[in-house]
Every structure is written in C-alpha cells, then in structure tokens.
Design a protein around this ligand. Structure first.
Ligand code: SF4
Length: 433
C-alpha cells in the first residue's frame, strides 16, 4: 500500500522543521510491515514570502506526484485552517484515495471537526482510533505502548529532515492551568533508557548527528530516570549535545552537574511569570515566592555550568492590572539585562484545548475576548495560514484572550500591545512566539 503522511505547516518560520514523532512512528510501523510510505513536513517547504494559495497548490502537486492510496494529514490546532483548505481543494479536484485527518482538534473536538470536514475526510477521533487503524492500516497501532514502539530511521522523510528531536519522557503529573500536557497524558510516561540510547546511536550512524532536542516534559522531574539516562550516556561513551525541558523548581546543582557532563547544552524552562498572583492563577506553584527566588538561582547555576537557559514567560495574565503587567515586563527585561547569557521567550496566554483554563471557559466560568487590536492580531494570528477565514477559539486560539478580571478589553489589549511595542522598540535579545 502507498501511504503519504503530511505534517501540516503552521508558522513557516523555520520552527518545527524536525520530523514530527507521531507521524514518524506511524510511518516506521507501516514501513516495517512492507508498506511504501512517504512523509512530508510541509514546514520545511515554504516561507513567509509564499502566498497561502501557492502553498496549497504546491502541496497538491506533491500529493499527486506520489499518487497515494491513503493520505494522512496530521494537523495540530495551529495548522488546522490550512488542513481544512487542503482537504477542500483535494475534494474539488476529485481525489480518489481516502483522507484521514488526525491531531488535537480531531481528538478533543471530534464533533466540531467532523462537522467542518463533512464527508471529505475521515476524522480520527478518540473513539474511532482503533477502528481507523484496523480498517485503513490493518494494524492495531492504537494499542502500542511506548515500550512497544520501533526504532526510527526517518528514511520515509525526504532530504529536508532538518534536525531531529526525540522523547525520553512525555506526559506530566502537574496541572498548570494553561497547559494540556498533563490533561492529555494524565501522568508521566517514559521510554526505556536503553531504547533511547539505541535510537541516538542509530541516528548517529545514519546521519552523523552531533546534537538532538529532547522535547521531554521535564527530565528533571523523575530524577531516578533522568539520572539513569545521564549515567548511561557517560557509561556508553555516547558523545551528543542535547537540549531538554525542565521546570524551574526541579533544578538542583547536583542534577545540572550530571546533565552537563552527559552533554546537556540547552535547557528550556517555562517560568511563565515573576508575579506571585499570576503564578497562583496559572497553578504553576503553591509557593510563588520560593519559586521566584529559585528562578534567580537557576539563572546563576546555568551560567556557572555554561548551559544555555531559555526562559519562557506568558505576558498578560487576567489577574494583573495594567501597572502590574508593565512591571512584569520590566522584571523580565532586567533578568535578561543582568544575565546576558540567557535567552528569553515571550508569548501570550492562548486558550489551549483541553487545558484547565479551556475547561473553565467551556463551563462558562471564564470568558474569552476576540482580539480587537490589529497589532496583536497580526502578531499572533497573522502568521497562521488561512486564519482570516476562521474565527472559533478551538480553530484559531491566537485570536483570543482570556478576559481580564481587573480591566476592560480595551485597556487590557492596549497594555499588551504597548508591551510588545516596547519590546520591538528596545530591541532586546528576546524571541517572541
Ligand atoms: S507547563 Fe510543564 S509542568 Fe505545567 S502541566 Fe505543562 S508540562 Fe507539566
């Protein structure tokens, strides 16, 4: 069977160029059982200079060239408007193969997604997962556990593979209110350490890689696992430099020393805020003062051991006044100015499907505002392909803000916009996402 798996493009700014893991595992399983599989990560093909319609038509040409018997489209929320447009175009051009649409929205919002797609594609819902796997791929893929997954050779991706990322662990036992990770996976799951090491060695032998990104949900959280991982890298003399994720309150000097020895070069940390009230609202910690002190300590620790820290913050919490929002921004800037070795990422609070905040919105316990301020809209929703055609928060979450509890919409948006303008004007070494 000829299977084409597409990873829909979201931002076209060189982010997300790595082969996505869900698509890769499906492709590897199919390849291992004799199917002819090709995967395309469309993020690698286009740039912001391309028009949405060009991207659509070129994608259709790629599909026709491969001539699949089944087309799978993996679409996370930010790419869903593109996927919907692509599916419609393919239908207009009378495609003959079944299209399976999977991803967050299909999984968490099955009825809404099915309504939008109609009978143009099969929506891979939570309930329908097993049946689709059996009917279309003839395998019980849905039942696979992390320990049953094969090693990936990524041969089904074309030469635009970019870098690679892997997972040691996924899922989270915490419940930060803006994040769906803990809600989706419920708790932490881990690959076998030796499986991950074999995977790294396979990639080194095939592609001579020197570095890898682990998009783990916090390797420092279950330190028994993290420690074993680092010790085995050292014991097996694997030379690799790696990026990983951690919570701020899980970092200690002992862990940093071992991680550094084992090749850790970058740690991404979602600090989210330096305001105690906001940290409580985000459910990030129940000890905000201690957490904020720890942030300062971790900055110094990472500088001491020469690990690049990437500190991420969410601007504009619904419980902050305008003055507090500006103050928060100034604190972040000071952190950057006093510690030029670190990198800062800024974002704003988006309604992430299946997060606790999203559930509160669904229960009518919190409101969403559709952004009115053009600069904010351009900054956050403008880069998403076909976002202008769709308006729902579950389709284009960047067009929405959680309603402030202390300001009206105009004041809140003005403050947020003022902060972003300040940031652009002052030209800090800050990445905005
Ligand atoms: S933000 Fe990090 S710690 Fe919080 S729930 Fe998500 S993955 Fe867990």
């Amino acid at each position: 069977m000829r299977v084409l798996l597409l990873f829909a493009p979201a931002y076209l700014n060189q982010l997300y160029g790595e082969p996505p893991l869900g698509v890769s595992y499906l492709a590897q399983i199919l390849k291992n059982s004799g199917d002819i599989v090709k995967c395309i990560n469309l993020n690698n093909y286009f740039s912001l200079a391309d028009t949405s319609n060009d991207i659509l038509h070129q994608t259709r040409a790629m599909i026709e060239e491969f001539n699949p018997e089944i087309l799978g489209i993996n679409s996370w929320t930010y790419a869903l408007p593109f996927s919907l447009e692509l599916i419609t175009t393919l239908r207009v051009h009378k495609k003959k193969y079944p299209i399976i649409l999977s991803g967050n929205n299909a999984y968490f919002m099955p009825d809404e997604t099915t309504k939008l797609v109609g009978n143009q594609a099969i929506v891979c819902t939570k309930k329908g997962y097993d049946e689709i796997a059996n009917t279309y791929f003839g395998k019980n893929i849905a039942l696979l556990k992390p320990t049953d997954l094969p090693l990936l050779d990524f041969s089904y991706f074309d030469d635009r593979r970019g870098r690679f990322y892997l997972l040691n662990k996924f899922g989270c036992a915490k419940r930060c209110s803006f994040c769906s990770e803990g809600m989706y996976w419920r708790t932490e799951h881990a690959f076998d350490v030796f499986h991950t090491l074999k995977q790294i060695q396979l990639l080194q032998s095939l592609y001579h890689i020197r570095d890898i990104n682990f998009w783990d949900d916090h390797i420092t959280m279950d330190w028994k696992y993290g420690k074993k991982f680092c010790e085995e890298i050292l014991a097996q003399k694997i030379t690799i430099s790696w990026l990983t994720y951690s919570r701020i309150d899980q970092i200690t000097e002992e862990k940093i020393i071992l991680m550094k020895k084992a090749g850790c070069s970058h740690i991404f940390i979602g600090v989210e805020s330096l305001n105690p009230k906001t940290l409580l609202y985000f459910n990030k910690t129940i000890e905000p003062d201690q957490y904020i002190n720890q942030t300062q300590k971790v900055v110094r620790l990472l500088e001491k051991y020469k690990i690049q820290g990437i500190f991420s913050f969410i601007l504009g919490s619904p419980v902050e006044t305008s003055a507090e929002m500006l103050q928060e921004y100034q604190k972040i800037i000071s952190l950057q100015c006093n510690n030029p070795g670190i990198r800062i990422e800024l974002s704003q609070l988006t309604p992430e499907i299946d997060s606790l905040l999203w559930k509160m919105y669904q229960l009518g316990k919190t409101n969403l505002w559709k952004i009115q301020h053009q600069n904010l809209l351009d900054r956050f929703a403008g880069t998403q392909l076909f976002s202008e055609k769709y308006d729902e928060p579950w389709l284009v979450p960047q067009k929405y803000l959680f309603a402030s509890q202390v300001m009206n919409q105009k004041e809140f948006e003005l403050t947020l916009s003022q902060i972003w303008e300040l940031n652009e004007h002052e030209n800090h070494e800050i990445i905005s996402i």
